[in-house]
Design a protein around this ligand. Sequence first.
Ligand SMILES: NC(=O)c1ccc[n+]([C@@H]2O[C@H](COP(=O)([O-])OP(=O)(O)OC[C@H]3O[C@@H](n4cnc5c(N)ncnc54)[C@H](O)[C@@H]3O)[C@@H](O)[C@H]2O)c1
Length: 266
Amino acid sequence: MNRLRGKVALVLGAGSVGTGWGNGKACAVLFAREGASVFAVDKRKSAADETKRLIKEEGGACVSFEADATKARSVSDMINACVQEYGAIHVLQNNVGGSAPGGVVEMSEEVWEANIDHNLKSAFLSCKYAVPVMLKSGSGSIVNVSSISGMRYHRGRDMVSYSAAKGGLMELTRAVALKYADKGLRANNVVPGLMNTPLVTERIASQYGDGDAKRMIASRDAMCPTGKMGDAWDVAYASLFLASDESKYVNGTELVVDGGLTARCG
Ligand SMILES: NC(=O)c1ccc[n+]([C@@H]2O[C@H](COP(=O)([O-])OP(=O)(O)OC[C@H]3O[C@@H](n4cnc5c(N)ncnc54)[C@H](O)[C@@H]3O)[C@@H](O)[C@H]2O)c1
């Protein structure tokens, strides 16, 4: 219950796109269970409020905040508000992201730019404004949520901007990690594979299939070596390890949470 005791955790993208557990929502709740004071941020205030309600119900500490992770002013205001509320930031969890379908020929320039902003600029901005705060307290752990799409090509599912952004996110993480390694700051990636979050029903089923959520879930399950997708708690427990001091010598790397999917050949 005390793995994050005394720490302030800013979770960006702390809501969930539908009913149930998204990755950021599970992370925020788990961090609070482990003693963190959580600053739960989402573009949709109602989603951040729902996460706060769940944390408060369990007796945890949480403040909800509305911000758009792709807008510098909004992110800067978010960091200032967190510092005003809690006086520090020890953990920054970047969950904002999502794919857009299309290969390099089909994808429009507008979709490319928006998707890169969504998945990569969002993390750049939060690091840009959070790092100076973390350096002041002499310690900090940044956990960026990437995707195996940033490491491997998913046959039949072109998502070129997402792959580029999530791959870029891993390099952004390393650049931040190494620049501040001797200042007490760490940065790592959690790299989920196919996860059964509300996103699958709300968006992926229609973006990459015929809108039949059950069929999409079954086909994603079948792609996994275990026969089942992972879930938001798998991402949350991996994030908890990277956020906590238990991982104090883990820096600039990836923790792949995919049930072995990327280890498979063929
Ligand atoms: N679900 C999967 O299979 C899977 C697999 C690999 C990686 N991921 C990654 O995990 C992360 C979260 O995925 P999820 O399935 O929980 O999705 P989700 O859409 O349920 O959660 C993301 C949250 O971020 C919020 N958000 C979106 N844009 C924002 C912005 N500009 N500023 C602030 N908040 C914003 C949304 O409102 C939502 O509450 C994403 O980065 C995604 O790429 C998911």
